[in-house]
Design a protein around this ligand. Structure first.
Ligand SMILES: [Zn+2]
Length: 280
């Protein structure tokens, strides 16, 4: 496993601090909005730690028990995120259900703590964007958190000054948003594991092989990681060609495709004039 960088630890620590402020806002300030926001923030931070772990494993080279590489272990990240968010979603539903129908008081401490919690997050995003690379995921993830936090601050503020009901409605809105996010993540994972054919890659692949003047019988490509595809191709070569020559051409195509499209393909050769099906 790749050791987490110092910067990553800094980002995570900042998120933790932000989460703690929000928890205080929820409990001390009595705001339901801030409470919901606090739980999603903590789930978010845990998700990032887990994602990082799985990502580090996923870039390891193929070995005895993973012949195609470890790319799909990376899916452990989004799957854990789903689990964490679902768990938090359940806790929130129970809590809001129990509060429903009874009035409560929101103190001004709630929006103040929520604001204080925003600061470490903002710093974390700025650092993540600065580093780039995989931490961009963090930034993407957390910008949503910031927008949520702003909604929360507004709801808690109005909850303290006008009526607890605004705070409660804010909490329900945030929870609905959490469930929308859950559905979205689920769809993304499903898309990923469904071996959807990448149209652009297939088009480029056809072009590359076409440049060699070779006819393509069949192409199968699937996405295995964010930026990596694998597949197999059946091509036709003249029967007169030597095995050595055929191997040379195929090798060259495979290398081309790997370098230009980041796609690993295996090529099967058929002699021209024979259909694949007749092989039986
Ligand atoms: Zn392995």
């Amino acid at each position: 496993m790749v050791k987490p960088s110092k910067m990553f630890m800094v980002i995570i620590s900042l998120s933790m601090v932000g989460g703690i402020f929000k928890i205080l806002g929820g409990f001390v300030g009595g705001s339901k909005s801030v409470f919901v926001d606090a739980l999603t923030s903590i789930a978010n931070t845990l998700a990032i730690i887990i994602m990082y772990r799985f990502f580090s494993t996923s870039v390891e080279p193929p070995d005895e028990d993973h012949h195609y590489g470890h790319h799909r272990i990376g899916l452990g990240g989004p799957i854990s995120t789903l689990m964490l968010y679902s768990f938090v979603g359940g806790v929130i539903v129970v809590d809001l259900y129990e509060t429903f129908g009874s009035s409560y008081t929101v103190s001004l401490l709630a929006p103040i703590f929520a604001c204080a919690g925003l600061l470490p997050y903002t710093i974390a995003i700025v650092i993540a964007k600065h580093i780039g690379g995989t931490t961009i995921y963090y930034a993407k993830f957390t910008v949503v958190e910031i927008i949520e936090s702003l909604v929360t601050v507004a709801a808690a503020f109005a909850g303290a000054l006008v009526s607890y009901l605004i705070d409660f409605i804010g909490a329900i809105t945030l929870s609905c948003y959490l469930f929308i996010e859950l559905t979205k993540s689920f769809r993304e994972i499903l898309e990923f594991v469904s071996d959807a054919a990448p149209k652009e890659i297939i088009k480029d692949l056809r072009n590359i092989i076409g440049n060699y003047g070779i006819s393509v019988e069949r192409i199968r490509v699937r996405r295995v990681a964010e930026n990596l595809h694998q597949g197999d191709v059946v091509v036709k070569l003249p029967s007169s060609i030597s095995v050595e020559k055929a191997h040379q051409i195929i090798d060259s195509i495979e290398r081309d495709v790997r370098d230009k499209l980041n796609t690993e393909i295996i090529i099967h050769v058929e002699p021209e004039g024979k259909s694949r099906r007749s092989e039986g």
